[in-house]
Design a protein around this ligand. Structure first.
Ligand SMILES: [Zn+2]
Length: 689
């Protein structure tokens, strides 16, 4: 049991319940993180890092700016526009939600904390005036409106962002010019004294990141001034702590404080901010990662992913391989050993079991795959891709984006999920309009404001196309316009059309996904090319591009099964990158049940009318600290009889582009994309015999 385990033993929802009286209090308790499973295994021999022994982060950490040259770079959001399909719909739903949230309500707690007048009605949930992370969502909102402006040119988003920055600057001024928060300084005394307090630095990070994005993406100069004032306050507060005491303070969730301070150092060329960022290096978390050891079990997942994003940024600004190795190993381990078929990770917000024990983890609770984790893993993936240009990072990126992110925003109102549960027979739940404001509501409004950020990349040699999303790229520096037309994933391929002011000689590299089946083809201006790259690589086309040139790429998909690593009978089915789920109907769920609860309430649901097997026995988690005793109902799992090893022999197309149906079962099931199912019960995993 490591120290971190104790310090992070209460999940964010648990704090919400203590602070705001919500019903679903949870512990990431000792019972969940220990027996019956074995201790963390030694995985240090599996991959090679640059360090093999000792405690790399016990050596002094001294910042020297030495920028690492990126191998590939993403195009700025302002040069990319999304033009259709489920991605455009998600962008529009999210934009509607952002538009509906009134500015005065977003400012309310900040104004009250600064002693300014506010007649606005407070929000509820995690933004209610007594909640200890109040203000976090306003920080996310600043990021989201900056991202939305960069993504769409939406002038209303820009104006609202500018106004929020200006009003928040008034609050900062009233508070003395540095500190800016919606909660009082007394929280910091509690953090310093190691008395219970939710997550002050987590909340401050959201506001600082929001100010950074307003400056960096929306050109708001005042936001940089506000941010430097906040960073100055953070410098003074952290400098007064001994190194040992600061390490203890870091056991309380602090978001990506390191990342935003490194970002600030980068844009201001001021190493002071990186030195403050270095104080947020949690040594007992980073040391085993740098040595390539998985000691993640028992950790609160989304507390830690942002710290690794900070490590990635630290490597980019300094070339310090310790930080590189932390980010590289962490990503490999989480994706290969702790990630479900959807790309999601975590259960009950933690990693509860040893690596490669996902069936065991899935049985622990219905609170699977917190959405913030998917959001932050995608951010981390972008860094790693920048260093390597390895297209395989985008197999993970695409899968997570399609299933864990596009599948978790509600059509129409833009509300989003907290957990994408994978418990068999479950249904999706979403935030309310103004009474939730979970962490995932915050990362949600950011996610769907930046869906175009990873489609197109560049290097000195040319263009990379990583994602199949209908969109337009305006490559101003080269006088080149690229239009991508596709209805992917409903269409198994894409078409790129070029418009060039003058002919452009360069390479165009298009990702051939790891899931691509044989029989794909590539046409240039209608003529089939003989060469096609193997799955998991790029097909590179080097020529002089002229207006009207067109590339047509077909990417045949195939149906395949993904068994759980610790129980091969438990399987998910995918078509290409699309996770298929059995539609188990709507019986027992109402619209009201799908709104406001962050975890689906399984105990009140009727039995599902398909053959099932027992999956997990009912159990009780004993009372722990302030947490009451908790009952977890028994789980059953739909069963399928496989007529052969290849699922294509017994799962057949069913009339639509992504619709399938099992054959030869006692009761055959319709399989549909998980991202398309709403107000339905579903199962992603089956027991296959
Ligand atoms: Zn979250």
């Amino acid at each position: 049991m490591n120290d971190d385990r104790n310090a992070n033993s209460i999940s964010r929802r648990a704090f919400a319940s203590l602070a705001a009286g919500a019903a679903s209090a949870r512990l990431l308790s000792a019972q969940q993180a220990s027996s019956p499973d074995a201790p963390n295994p030694d995985t240090s021999r599996q991959r090679r890092g640059t360090m093999s022994e000792g405690a790399p982060f016990e050596h002094p950490i001294v910042f020297h700016r030495n920028d690492v040259t990126a191998k590939v770079q993403a195009f700025p959001l302002s040069q990319v526009r999304i033009t259709g399909s489920v991605y455009k719909a998600a962008e529009d739903w999210n934009r509607g939600y952002l538009n509906r949230l009134p500015e005065d309500r977003l400012l309310h707690n900040f104004r009250i904390n600064a002693g300014l007048h506010s007649p606005a009605a407070p929000f509820g949930g995690w933004e209610e005036p007594a909640c200890e992370v109040r203000g976090h969502f306003t920080g996310h909102y600043l990021s989201a409106s900056a991202l939305l402006y960069a993504s769409t040119g939406d002038k209303d988003a820009k104006a609202k962002g500018d106004s929020l920055v200006s009003e928040l600057a008034k609050c900062q001024e009233k508070l003395g010019g540095g500190y800016l928060s919606a909660f009082p300084r007394e929280f910091w005394d509690r953090l310093d004294a190691r008395k219970p307090v939710w997550a002050p630095f987590y909340t401050i990070h959201k506001i600082m990141a929001g100010m950074f994005d307003q400056y960096h993406l929306a050109g708001n100069r005042q936001a940089l001034d506000v941010l430097e004032g906040m960073a100055g306050w953070a410098d003074v507060w952290t400098k007064s702590k001994s190194d040992e005491h600061m390490q203890d303070i870091l056991n309380t969730e602090y978001g990506g404080m390191n990342e935003v301070l490194y970002n600030l150092a980068a844009v201001t060329n001021n190493d002071r901010w990186a030195q403050v960022g270095d104080r947020f290096t949690k040594r007992h978390f980073f040391n085993p990662l740098a040595l390539r050891r998985d000691e993640l079990r028992g950790l609160h997942v989304n507390t830690h992913i942002p710290q690794v994003i900070g490590a990635a940024r630290r490597y980019e600004l300094s070339g310090d391989m310790r930080f590189h190795d932390v980010a590289d190993y962490f990503w490999q381990e989480v994706v290969s050993a702790r990630t479900y078929a959807t790309g999601g990770t975590s259960n009950d917000e933690g990693w509860l079991v040893p690596p490669r024990q996902l069936a065991a983890e899935l049985k622990r609770s219905a609170a699977t795959a917190e959405c913030c984790c998917g959001y932050n893993m995608l951010k981390l993936t972008r860094h790693l891709f920048t260093w390597t240009g390895d297209p395989r990072y985008f197999d993970y990126y695409e899968r997570t984006l399609l299933n864990e992110r596009i599948g978790t925003i509600h059509p129409g109102n833009g509300h989003t999920q907290y957990y994408l549960s994978l418990t068999p027979g479950v249904y999706k739940t979403f935030n309310t309009e103004d009474q939730s404001f979970w962490c995932c509501t915050g990362t949600g409004v950011e996610e769907y404001s930046k869906l175009g950020d990873s489609i197109y990349w560049q290097d000195g040699d040319g263009l990379y196309v990583n994602l199949f999303i209908p969109s337009e790229l305006k490559w101003e520096e080269r006088g080149l316009h690229v239009r991508q037309a596709t209805n992917f994933p409903a269409e198994a391929g894409t078409t790129l059309t070029f418009t060039a002011e003058t002919p452009v000689a360069m390479a165009v590299r298009i990702r051939v996904p790891g899931w691509a089946d044989s029989g794909g083809s590539l046409k240039i201006n209608g003529k089939t090319l003989e060469v096609l790259a193997s799955p998991g690589s790029y097909v590179a086309i080097r020529r002089t591009w002229r207006s009207g040139d067109q590339i047509e790429l077909s990417l045949p998909m195939r149906l395949h099964a993904e068994p759980m690593p610790d129980d091969e009978r438990i399987q998910a089915f995918l078509y290409g990158p699309v996770v298929l789920a059995a539609d188990l109907g709507s019986e027992g769920i109402t619209s009201a049940m799908t709104e406001g609860e962050n975890v689906p309430q399984m105990e009140h649901l009727p039995a599902i009318s398909v053959p099932v097997a027992e999956f997990a026995a009912a159990r009780t988690i004993a009372a722990h600290g302030d947490e009451p005793e908790r009952h977890i109902p028994a789980q059953v799992i739909p069963t399928l009889r496989a007529a052969g090893a290849d699922p294509n022999t017994w799962i057949q197309p069913d009339g639509g582009p992504l619709a399938f149906r099992t054959t030869g079962q006692e009761k055959d099931l319709a399989l549909k994309p998980l991202h398309s199912l709403f107000e339905k019960r579903y199962t992603v995993y089956f027991q296959v015999s």
